[in-house]
Design a protein around this ligand. Structure first.
Ligand code: GUN
Length: 293
């Protein structure tokens, strides 16, 4: 492996190892107790990207030895009907995790739907109760992508104490929870966003840079401190040659690779960690429900 190749953080391989340990634990619990974790995924409408995600989630759930329940509802489904489905899944003992795929159609209040989910089945970690637990340091369910980012950082860097982490992006799904997790691991955390002044300068101060802004290749090579660890959460589809498209992150990867100490690629970095962490959360919810270890 060349020096440059050694910089690349292989999220795909890490996620595959994580899924394998989850599969083994699920099999052992099933053998010991005759029960298996169940994950319900709800998709409203026909958004093509969401359909791909949901199909992948169902496939991986089954591969990990869990039960997968899939609900596909038409785009015009009334909010009350979706809430009634969530309530049924809350009451279903075979379901340990509930995920409502986002974005939801415009006529549905996402926050209202997410807050109907039993917090102990909220494997996305989006419920206000789980956001609150994370903020005050209580055990809960943590959003999957942030969890995946921090697992990769611990794998690469070990102890993160005292590191200056800059999180670019302040969404409830990635930016805020990843900042909370890094703070809990004793990082000095800066949260920057589209209205921040002097973004390049702030980024250059980072030992750890987590990019979650959703803007293709916004972070340039000269925004990165030499030797820093870069975690690119962005998944942006951009036009390529011959009318095709390609996926790029929020970081200008080729430039960043020259400067960074370690960096996640897109695809194959953070992306595969999200589903692996969803399975991990489902297993966690299952074990807590039944009081297993
Ligand atoms: N849409 C895109 N990413 C996610 C995710 O992690 N969870 C849910 N529920 N919807 C999403």
């Amino acid at each position: 492996m060349s020096a440059v190749e050694r910089k690349i953080i292989d999220g795909k391989a890490f996620a595959a190892r994580l899924v394998e340990t989850i599969r083994q634990e699920v099999a052992a619990l099933k053998a010991a107790h005759g029960k298996q974790p169940g994950l319900a995924v709800v998709l409203v409408g026909e958004d093509p990207a969401s359909q791909v995600y949901v199909r992948n989630k169902a496939k991986q759930t089954v591969l990990a030895g869990m039960e997968s329940f899939e609900f596909r509802l038409p785009a015009q489904t009334p909010e009350a009907e979706l809430i009634a489905l969530v309530a049924r899944l809350n009451a279903d003992d075979a379901v340990h995790g509930i995920l409502v795929q986002l974005p939801l159609p415009g006529h549905i209040d996402s926050a209202k739907v997410l807050d109907t989910i039993n917090p102990d089945k909220d494997v996305d970690g989006f419920h206000v109760i789980n956001a609150g637990r994370l903020a005050v340091g209580l055990p809960g369910l943590v959003p999957c992508t942030p969890l995946g980012c921090v697992m990769l950082l611990n794998d690469v860097l070990g102890d993160l104490s005292g590191q200056h982490a800059v999180v670019l992006g302040r969404s409830n799904i990635v930016g805020k929870p990843v900042a909370q997790l890094l703070l809990a691991q004793n990082c000095t955390v800066t949260i920057a966003h589209s209205r921040s002044k002097n973004l390049p300068e702030i980024c250059r101060g980072a030992d750890i840079l987590v990019a979650a802004v959703g803007r293709p290749e916004m972070i340039k090579g000269d925004w990165i401190k030499p030797g820093a660890t870069v975690i690119d959460v962005g998944i942006n589809r951009v036009p390529a040659s011959e009318g095709k498209t390609r996926l790029v992150g929020d970081v200008a990867y080729a430039e960043a690779l020259d400067v960074a100490g370690r960096i996640t690629p897109v695809p194959g970095g953070v992306g595969p960690m999200t589903i692996a962490c969803l399975l991990r959360n489902t297993l966690t919810a299952f074990k807590r429900t039944h009081g297993f270890g």
